[in-house]
Write a protein that binds this ligand. Structure first.
Ligand code: ADP
Ligand code: ADP
Length: 228
């Protein structure tokens, strides 16, 4: 469980990005945080893996205060997928996907098996693709590898920040559906940031609507459709 307790964030230039936000994200749910550009979604999400720190308040992951955890250790347990995934171009897909398992000291066999399972789940033939380099793949395929890389170390939590925004509509739709079915299979907690309500309604168990640094509404997709 992830719990935000009275989080405020004021950046050095005086921008008030979050105003006293409290929110609980239960385990094994796909929670979408939605709202217009600049409303604080990314700032809130980055507090989970300590890429940002609150000005006041505390974030708890499984009851532990994030401010008391070592950021490097924390990030081994939290997968992260962003818009332009930034695979290392000089490394094969297999090497890229093995980064966190290697940091965790997994055996070669365990890592190879896990990565092959994930490749199949995202619809890429391991034999064909693991030996390739990122630039030999399409944008949609690279984002799929981003998802494989984020899940490779078997994290409990996966953060996804506008992961499919740069893709064409067809790849985007496919990846939305795949994310949903992947989440149903692996039962991880996924926190997904987007500004696209259609996307949120398609994939979310719960939707958190933000506006100007505050939470405006929380509900299931059907609750939000009934009470827009
Ligand atoms: P969103 O993800 O909803 O687009 P952000 O969390 O990125 O919103 O940003 C929230 C607000 O904080 C915006 O006004 C943004 O310009 C500002 N902001 C984000 N990061 C910084 C930063 N490092 N320094 C100053 N202001 C920032
Ligand atoms: P994204 O929307 O993909 O997260 P941004 O362009 O919003 O990328 O932000 C890129 C980086 O700049 C982030 O680290 C963010 O925190 C920071 N940033 C965003 N807005 C501001 C701002 N108004 N002033 C200073 N830094 C900012």
């Amino acid at each position: 469980m992830i719990r935000f307790d009275k989080i405020s964030k004021v950046y050095n230039d005086g921008t008030e990005a979050l105003k006293n936000v409290s929110l609980t994200i239960p385990d094994e749910q796909l929670v979408v945080i939605i709202g217009p550009s600049g409303c604080g979604k990314t700032t809130l999400m980055k507090m989970i893996n300590r890429l940002e720190t609150p000005t006041s308040g505390e974030v708890y992951v499984d009851g532990k205060a994030v401010s008391s955890l070592d950021p490097v250790e924390l990030r081994k347990t939290i997968g992260y997928v962003i818009q332009r995934i930034g695979l290392f171009p000089h490394m094969t897909i297999e090497k890229n996907a093995s980064l966190v398992p290697n940091l965790k000291g997994w055996s070669k066999e365990k890592t190879a098996k896990r990565i092959r399972e994930l490749m199949v789940m995202v619809g890429l033939d391991p034999k064909q693709y693991l030996v390739k380099y990122p630039l030999e793949l399409s944008g949609g395929q690279q984002q799929r590898i981003g998802v494989v890389r984020a899940l490779a170390g078997n994290p409990e939590i996966v953060l996804m920040d506008e992961p499919f925004s740069a893709l064409d509509p067809i790849s985007r739709e496919q990846l939305q559906m795949e994310t949903k079915s992947l989440q149903e299979k692996i039962k991880k907690t996924i926190v997904f940031v987007t500004h696209d309500m259609d996307e949120a309604l398609k994939i979310a168990d719960r939707i958190v609507v933000m506006k100007s640094g505050e939470i405006e509404q929380i509900g299931t997709p059907s609750e939000l459709i009934e009470n827009p």
